[in-house]
Design a protein around this ligand. Sequence first.
Ligand code: GLU
Length: 316
Amino acid sequence: MRKNFVIIFSVLTLAVILFAGYYMAGRKDPSSVRLRIATGGEGGIYYAFGDALANLLEKHMKMMATTIPSGGSLDNINMLRNGRADMAFVQSDIMTYAYNGTNLFSTEEPLTDVYAIAGLYPEACQIVARRDITRIADLKGRRVSIGAERSGTELNALQILESYGMGYTDINVDHLGFSASVNAFNEGKIDAFFCTAGVPTPAISQLMESGSAHILSISYARIRSIISSYPYYSRLTIPRDTYPGIEGVETVAVKAVLVVNEKLKEQTVSEMLKIMFENSSEITEQATGINLNRSTATDGLSIPLHRGAEKFFFGK
Ligand code: GLU
């Protein structure tokens, strides 16, 4: 009996010492913030960026950061709404619609307890197609992936097709994420796919090596009409050789925005931003080709900035 007591006492003492050592070392403090970051699917930038960011936050802050893979912007909005994520990557257009309760979100309550912490980089609306498809109008009757279910890509696909007088009934629709689209393309199961993401998008870079695909431009007239109907788009030229063998591509873009739940503390947010911008090279190593620019990070945001971001960017 006494022997058992001694063993239990020793084990408990050891556990207390180990816990204290772990805590003092400033590693993951189990009682401190746990941050759940909603990202995207494989082959995209949200996924790679989110992973790099989570690693940085774990390394530099007493924080457990986990990433949640997802279909993209719409999925991430849902996770913020139902409390399954604390931070998320979202397209500026989708975020604004959710915040105002318009467009796709017209039947839902406006999502106003979410704040932007930084605008990150432009996301180009890319339409990757077989070489025999030379114009967007040629997509008629073809098998086309319009993005993962609950992605932002899907809404962009719809709006671009609409500007050409087309809709989902004119194409054979598939809902595939970026990596799945590339696989289906290589297996001959689809003829084209939409992808709204930072460039170069990893999944597209991989496909372009084969030379079997190219990216369709949107005509200037359609670009103008898209921007006048939906002001969250801007015009973007994907520069020549962004992918092996491509000429410049004319298209529209939205912005990737990092947003958080309002419950995050001011100090936590401003510290996270400091770590993100001071260590941006570690992020761009994983999210290759993305430029993070602190001086333009608050430009053109259409939802309010979190107070921690105001403190970080403007010192107030
Ligand atoms: N913008 C895309 C979407 O929400 C995701 C982009 C990415 O995964 O990098 O559909």
